[in-house]
Design a protein around this ligand. Sequence first.
Ligand code: MTE
Length: 321
Amino acid sequence: MIRIPKPWQLKENQTTPERLYLNRRHIIGGLGLTAGLAAGAALAKTKPQSTRKALVFKKSGYTIADPLTPENLVTSYNNFYEFGTDKSDPAKYAHSLITDPWTITVEGEAAKTGKFAIEDLIRQDELEERIYRLRCVEGWSMVIPWVGVPLRKILARFEPNSKAKYVQLVTKFEPSQMRGTRWPVLDWPYVEGLRMDEAMHDLTFLATGLYGRELPNQNGAPLRLVVPWKYGFKSIKSIVKIKFLKRQPTTSWEKSAPREYGFYSNVNPNVDHPRWSQSTERVIGGGSFTSLFNRRETEVFNGYGDAVAELYRGMDLKRNY
Ligand code: MTE
């Protein structure tokens, strides 16, 4: 059988040399890199970085000045409950997820629906890198160089109609490949949703890679959402379904704890989680890992207020959390 490589699975010599990449990381990461690498070594073992295929992508203006979180922390300290609830479980167990072939089903209020092979949806020549902070509702954050495409570009291809007010995204549910789904920790499959204007916002990103290489399974291979102004749990992993809906869908975390997690989940230091404050966050891999210095003040909309506050004008964000 001849295996045809996916468009993004190019040979090493067709890509940005890793040397340049690492050099840039080093410059940006500064001292935080060294401390983080040491901390990461103590965490779960992950697939060696070199076994992930390198991607070709354009740089973009979407960046932040803060140091990048060292890659081995990004890929070993994860939330992906389909593989267990411990931070180290996804890196240990997500290798069992089969990501090739991968099909995405599109349903609902759109002219073009059906099943699509991932390589037909995500074009390699459209890939770009965006550096976004991922702020978890649990009170930690990471700065990650994602590679992917704006979600709006993909959604537009299905020609949603005027009744499409929301988008629901669904994670793969395959108990034989996802050991964590044997337990009813959440109501599987994992589902998330966005209002149509949130989904079509330029910042909303579908990632196929990080740190210049295809996503590791524990980070949501082969395709995951990244919504930088919302808490990390909105950033659903390993997406197999996109539904255009008339009405607001429920989401996994809303279903599991409606008092704690709402549909909107915008990063908001002024609205406490019922069990803890959201005013500061622990910077994973930042500063010295035993010190108090690796904390930062959480920003409204994770720092993207200028770009997204408009979407919520007139809404009471204490009620719509
Ligand atoms: N997607 C699925 N399918 N299952 C999950 O458990 N966890 C969410 C989100 N997406 C989760 C998910 C949470 S709580 C966070 S903080 C981010 O993924 C973590 O992403 P990372 O592991 O790539 O840092």
